[in-house]
Design a protein around this ligand. Structure first.
Ligand code: ADP
Ligand code: ZN
Length: 617
């Protein structure tokens, strides 16, 4: 009998090259979700459009094919400031990566160009503007080399109505014309159908493989709390649930970013501000500290975050209401990319609604644009005021059906709805009387004072104590009345007008005043939801057993020192999830260490001995 001893037949690389690369380079033993389908399709030369949530694993969809196909994978990315980190991450994995952008000097550029032409690179990152319609030096360089594929990252930047629109992306349709044989893969975490269609049309990807991954992020716990004392609430979140954790706090304005960061620092929390008003150097410094150091809190406007792929962001807190569900979802999506439990917390109050409605009214642009903004805000408000599962609402917004999740505030502590028809009528009729009888309009505070029968100076000055609604609302507290006004605004039963954001009736107010329709409102639960009651334990990562906790701390200390020495963020060395697994499983040998998720061949060779020493030290 013939025994075939050709070792190649046993070689996994020949049986399944994609899986071999995944294991050897990245240290993972299986593809996740739709990765496999995309990789196979692109390796075979096909185009793809990939919609996957943040943390879903988009990078591997182009990195693995780039390693398997001849030539260099060219990645178009708008995130110049992050290219260095992306390249460092790949290099620690043993992948030959480089970038070209405006931050480099001539010599650095030359070196990368030569490596590209000599095919000594696996991946090359370039900025969209450097392709500049095709006549730029970078485009000419690309003509002279061999390209494995084009990856168009953050592809939603091509969408003209989107908040991240970049005109340079429009010119990327030319890639297809100039390099008809090079496969293209466009990737984004933005999920709405409109954006999807627009990317497909503008980048001519109608015939591409379209992959829409499930958008759920089950490890994120969504919580939306009424805003009472925002700073105290925030501090409580940081101190009791996330001490020492890295996280992002979003504020709407630069001023509130500054004040909040100062406040946190004053409370002994390591916080840094980030907004577009800071000079370039400070911003770059703060961003890089946030990425590199453990446990910093970034207080930022939405100018911060795109492309931040720090895996161990444990919480994202919003101190102001986001303008749309898309924005909220993207921002909260920056939490927990490593799959460990994380918190998305939002505080929201009456002033948020008034302010945002006002901003839309006074915004530039035509009525159609204002209608879009207003519809986006309404969807966000509906999410805030829902008595159903937050996740169900959120996923429904992206066209995905689901059932109650057990890991959001409404699931953990279901709010009741109550019949607020009578208070709604009292409030609306106060506004009506001010309007009709006095020709006046006021903010929410005055109507509430009137209903509560408060004889303030302003009430006396306008003789508002003579109105028939004066003092008829003492059954509710001031806080409850503010909740009523907020929910009336959120439900569109009351409007905000003018520069001062005063209250005004609208068409929908009529039927309520005439008792033709009921008004149901969300009653806030008495106690705020704490993560401890979540299914599966705390929002913070589950406690390690005592023996493993010590090992984990030793590994973290080793990682911090190594990262510092190499000038890279800690997670580039190893993710928390990998260190936790090492600490728990206590591998005794290098080959046992090599089976742990996230430990590929290059890292094993480079760090293996040191890790074992730190573990058993
Ligand atoms: P995205 O770009 O979609 O936000 P990433 O590509 O950064 O996501 O991946 C998110 C995290 O998931 C990373 O830490 C990555 O290493 C990990 N990951 C991706 N694919 C796999 C896989 N097949 N097995 C294990 N971990 C994976
Ligand atoms: Zn839920």
């Amino acid at each position: 009998m013939d025994v075939i001893e050709d070792p190649a037949l046993q070689d996994p690389a020949l049986q399944d090259p994609a899986l071999e690369v995944l294991g050897r380079v990245f240290g993972y033993d299986a593809f996740r979700g739709p990765q496999r389908e995309v990789v196979d399709h692109v390796v075979a030369g096909g185009d793809a459009l990939v919609l996957m949530p943040t943390g879903g694993g988009k990078s591997l969809c182009y990195q693995v094919p780039a390693l398997l196909r001849d030539g260099v994978g060219v990645v178009v990315s708008p995130l110049i400031a992050l290219m260095q980190d992306q390249v460092d991450t790949l290099r620690t994995l043993g992948v030959r990566a480089g970038f070209l952008n405006s931050s480099q000097d001539r010599a650095e550029r030359r070196a990368v160009e030569e490596a590209f032409l000599a095919e000594e690179l696996d991946l090359l990152y370039v900025a969209p503007e450097s392709l500049g319609g095709g006549a730029s030096p970078t485009a000419r360089l690309l003509e002279r080399g061999r390209i494995a594929l084009f990856a168009i990252d953050e592809a939603h930047c091509v969408a003209q109505w989107g908040h991240d629109f970049r005109p340079d992306y429009l010119a990327l349709s030319m890639l297809h014309e100039r390099w008809p044989d090079v496969p293209r893969i466009a990737l984004t975490a933005t999920a709405t159908r409109a954006t999807h269609t627009e990317i497909s049309t503008r980048l001519q990807l109608d015939d591409a493989l379209h992959v829409v991954a499930g958008f759920d992020r089950p490890n994120i716990q969504y919580r939306i709390a009424p805003k009472n004392e925002p700073r105290k609430q925030l501090l409580d979140l940081l101190r009791t649930e996330h001490p020492g954790d890295a996280g992002i706090v979003y504020c709407l304005s630069r001023a509130s970013v500054e004040k909040t960061a100062e406040f946190l620092v004053g409370q002994g929390i390591a916080a840094l501000p980030y907004h577009a008003g800071l000079d370039q150097r400070t911003r770059a410094l703060h961003q890089s500290r946030f990425l590199r150091e453990d446990g910093l809190v970034m207080v930022a406007t939405i100018a911060f975050g795109m492309g931040i792929d720090k895996p161990d962001v444990r919480f994202v807190a919003h101190l102001d209401l986001p303008k749309s569900v898309e924005g909220y979802y993207q921002e909260t999506g920056r939490a927990g990319r490593d799959g460990l439990p994380s918190t998305a917390w939002l505080a929201y109050g009456l002033a948020d609604v008034v302010q945002q409605r006002k901003m839309i009214d006074s915004s530039e642009g035509d009525a159609a644009h204002r209608r879009v903004l207003s519809a986006q805000l309404d969807a966000m408000l509906a999410l805030c005021e829902t008595v159903e599962c937050r996740r169900v609402r959120l996923l429904a917004h992206f066209g995905q059906e689901s059932s109650p999740c057990g890991n959001c505030d409404t699931c953990l502590n279901p709010p009741e709805s109550w019949d607020a028809t009578v208070p709604a009528q009292m409030l609306l009729s106060t506004v009506l009387r001010l309007q009709r009888e006095r020709g006046q309009s006021f903010g929410a505070g005055q109507s509430i004072d009137i209903l509560l029968g408060k004889r303030t100076d302003k009430v006396a000055q306008h003789s508002h104590d003579e109105l028939t609604t004066f003092g008829i609302g003492t059954d509710l507290s001031e806080g409850q009345w503010r909740g009523v006004v907020r929910q009336l605004l959120a439900q569109g039963l009351l409007a905000v007008q003018g520069e001062y954001g005063t209250l005004a009736l609208n068409e929908a107010s009529g039927p309520v005043l005439r008792r033709e329709r009921e008004v149901l409102m969300r009653r806030e639960p008495d106690r705020p939801v704490r993560a401890a009651r979540a299914r599966g334990g705390k929002a913070a990562a589950p406690e390690l057993p005592a023996s493993a906790a010590g090992a984990f701390e030793r590994l973290r200390a080793w990682r911090a020192a190594t990262a510092k020495e190499q000038g890279v963020p800690a997670y580039v060395v190893f993710h928390d999830a990998t260190l936790r697994q090492i600490a728990t499983e206590e591998p005794a040998t290098l080959s046992a260490l090599g089976t742990i998720g996230g430990v590929g061949a290059t890292k094993l060779e480079r760090f293996g001995d040191q890790v074992l020493a730190a573990l058993h030290g």
